[in-house]
Design a binder for this molecule. Structure first.
Ligand code: KG4
Ligand code: ZN
Length: 331
């Protein structure tokens, strides 16, 4: 079995995955949403201090599996350095105590493997990763061969939901609240423009849309409930329209075998509906992670860890390092 640890941002999570059939045997996550809600975003130092309390608590529950552990998988990039270190220090201590090797796992690869928890992988595939830190379109041939087709020039998709939420006085993370409010609003009420409309560039951009929403909020004399719902609906419509427009552009000439959507914001059903229609038009299946595995979790890190274990990608106490950014991970 593999014991996996995730602490790249504000979720403390530990999982146990069986090597023989990739089955998830144990998974627990303690989210810090409530502690950060008040600040409108994640406060790194606070997150690190909370991990130091919650990770050992979860580990206590995983103790019965210790005699069966063959390796420790831990997210070591990308993420907040002060929170990554909490997971990595625990992983190194466990590696010494249990005399087992370490597996350093890239968090973004972990999200890709959230599609294959309890199952075999299906590559090649194309993947849209939409989270709080990333908006990437990827062509995945294997664990080692991932091509970056497009990324964001500024804010990420999930981050734009959080920032719009902050403008509207909503707590962090605002993504699920905006999705719920949008259902009660008129999505045509405010006419925001789709980002990069005139550009041929294969990229995403959310800072301009965020600014349009800010100006709209400032222009309201009275921000009543219905206006907030209408802003949420109008913003979500354009945020998703931009994603879909760039995706359609990317696959005008490219074939798609299968398409996956991962990351915290992939829980958005409005987005899933649009991706469903797109995949149907391309006659490609749409793969989605179970709702509980969309946001950060150790189950996806453990599943990716199984793959790394099978290929012998071990790290030692000396070689396992944290990296807060990971521009060069797609080899
Ligand atoms: O993957 P994740 O848990 O953490 C990162 O690796 O960043 O993603 C969290 C992000 C937050 O920005 C949150 O607002 C967004 O995912 N999110 C959503 C929804 N649920 C979570 N965004 C839009 N709609 C949602 N339903
Ligand atoms: Zn994530």
């Amino acid at each position: 079995m593999i014991l996996s640890i995730e602490s790249s941002c504000d979720d403390s999570s530990i999982a146990i995955t069986r090597l023989s059939d990739k089955k998830l045997l144990f998974h627990k996550k303690i989210s810090q949403d409530a502690e950060h809600a008040h600040y409108g975003g994640v406060v790194p130092e606070l997150a690190a201090r909370l991990h130091a309390v919650t990770l050992p608590k979860i580990l206590e529950e995983a103790k019965p599996y210790f005699p069966h552990i063959k390796a420790i998988a831990v997210t070591n990039e990308p993420g907040l350095s002060v929170t990554l270190i909490e997971g990595v220090v625990m992983a190194k201590s466990l590696s010494i105590a249990l005399s087992v090797p370490l597996l350093g796992i890239n968090h973004l690869k972990g999200h890709i493997y959230s599609l294959f928890i309890d199952t075999q992988t299906h590559f090649p595939m194309d993947v849209l990763l939409v989270s709080g830190g990333h908006t990437q379109l990827l062509h995945v041939k294997s664990l080692e061969h991932i091509e970056l087709l497009a990324t964001t020039m500024d804010d990420s998709f999930g981050e734009s939901f959080d920032k719009v939420g902050k403008m509207l006085g909503l707590p962090y993370p605002a993504g699920p609240i905006i999705e719920a409010y949008a259902k009660k609003g008129n999505e045509k009420k405010f006419d925001f423009t789709i980002p990069l409309l005139a550009s041929k560039q294969m990229a995403f951009s959310y800072s301009g849309l965020k600014n349009q929403v800010r100006l709209c909020v400032e222009a309201q004399e009275h921000l009543d409930e219905q206006t907030i719902y209408d802003i949420c609906a109008s913003f979500q419509r354009i945020a998703v329209a931009h994603l879909m427009r760039q995706i359609k552009k990317a696959y005008k000439e490219r074939k798609i075998e299968r398409f996956g959507v991962v990351g915290g914001a992939s829980a958005n059903l409005y987005l899933r509906g649009h991706l469903d229609a797109f995949c149907a038009s391309k006659k490609a299946p749409l793969l989605t992670a179970k709702m509980e595995f969309c946001s950060d979790n150790a189950a996806m890190i453990g599943r990716c860890g199984v793959e790394c274990f099978e290929k012998g990608y071990f790290s030692s106490l000396e070689t396992l390092k944290i990296r807060s950014s990971s521009k060069d991970i797609f080899f």
